[in-house]
Design a protein around this ligand. Structure first.
Ligand SMILES: Cc1cc2nc3c(=O)[nH]c(=O)nc-3n(C[C@H](O)[C@H](O)[C@H](O)COP(=O)(O)OP(=O)(O)OC[C@H]3O[C@@H](n4cnc5c(N)ncnc54)[C@H](O)[C@@H]3O)c2cc1C
Length: 285
């Protein structure tokens, strides 16, 4: 199916893109890798009159060290993240997560900024940025602001970005010395997660948990940090029973999704199993 007619813009600077966005506002859509937006347009579930392509703005695509953080431009693709030596060394959680998103074509075109801004409740990257403790830079014509990953995801397909803002950068702390993993339960390897669990641990002597941050995707209307679970494990010696008991709290206070892939009961169970497995796998990594 063909999308409705639209006018296409290919700005070459962020300023130009922001100006177009401020002129056309709700009638415009930003185009990143197009892996979600173009399907929605072809199905006519999204019908923007104006399409502002971010793909010609060179300074939105980079991965670089910035003090004790790694800065990633919003237009950086999954493939670039997966192949980044810098991220592999200092922020491997993002590399592990990018490696299991969709298939090769999706990873070659899809961008981290597009994924986070789209806020699909089953997308992989939101879980990883939550567990990494990343911050996201939103820019508008008159300035910019930083949004914590925990405050970025509002509900299904809705973020804290204002209509006149563009997500330009993701800044993640270096996680050297942490144990990290992203585990995803999906019908087929290239599918969206029924449940996806990102874990980032700092272990002391005797496997005592000196720090833990987790991100859960697929379970509810948005990716989230399971705070009750993190609290239960903080300072504890991590053994099979402690982990299993804490993992039971992964969906505490959450309304768990139900759809053709999984009932809410099965999804909750899967979230618990994958949480325990993620923590154990990270510990042994
Ligand atoms: C076959 C297939 C399989 C897939 N499998 C998976 C999977 O397993 N896991 C997974 O997580 N995802 C999967 N996806 C989705 C994929 O990850 C998309 O790449 C991602 O959802 C959107 O990124 P994009 O760069 O393509 O953004 P686009 O589709 O171009 O844009 C998505 C939305 O974000 C907005 N947007 C884009 N960039 C910005 C920005 N910088 N600032 C503000 N708003 C912006 C757009 O306006 C649009 O509304 C799959 C997609 C396909 C087609």
């Amino acid at each position: 199916m063909y999308p409705n007619r639209f006018e296409y813009f290919a700005p070459t600077s962020l300023q130009e893109a922001l100006s177009l966005l401020s002129i056309y506002q709700d009638e415009a859509k930003l185009l990143a890798g197009g892996q979600s937006l173009l399907s929605l347009m072809k199905l006519r579930l999204a019908n923007p009159k104006y399409l502002i392509d971010l793909g010609h703005i060179a300074d939105l695509n980079y991965i670089r060290q910035n003090g004790d953080k790694i800065a990633i431009g919003a237009m950086t693709t999954y493939a670039q993240i997966k192949d980044s030596e810098l991220l592999r060394k200092d922020c491997p959680l993002l590399v592990k997560t990018a490696s299991v998103v969709g298939d090769v074509q999706v990873r070659n075109r899809g961008t981290i900024g597009g994924s986070l801004s789209h806020a699909d409740p089953a997308a992989d990257m939101p879980a990883a940025v939550l567990a990494s403790g990343a911050e996201l830079k939103a820019v508008h014509l008159n300035g910019e602001r930083w949004i914590k990953a925990e405050e970025f995801f509002v509900t299904t397909f809705t973020t804290a970005l204002a209509p006149n803002e563009i997500l330009t950068e993701i800044r993640a702390p270096t996680l050297a010395g942490h144990k990290t993993i992203y585990l995803k339960a999906a019908p087929r390897p290239t599918d969206f997660a029924i449940v996806g669990i990102a874990a980032c641990l700092r272990l002391g002597p005797n496997n005592r948990c000196e720090g833990i941050a987790m991100g859960v995707t697929g379970a509810s209307d948005k990716a989230y940090r399971p705070q009750a679970l993190e609290k239960a494990l903080q300072g504890e010696k991590l053994d099979f029973y402690t982990i299993r008991e804490a993992a039971a709290r992964v969906t505490e206070g959450i309304e768990v999704n139900e759809n053709i892939h999984a009932s809410s009961g099965f999804r909750s169970h899967l979230a618990q199993v994958y949480t325990a497995r993620a923590i154990q796998t990270a510990m042994n990594s």
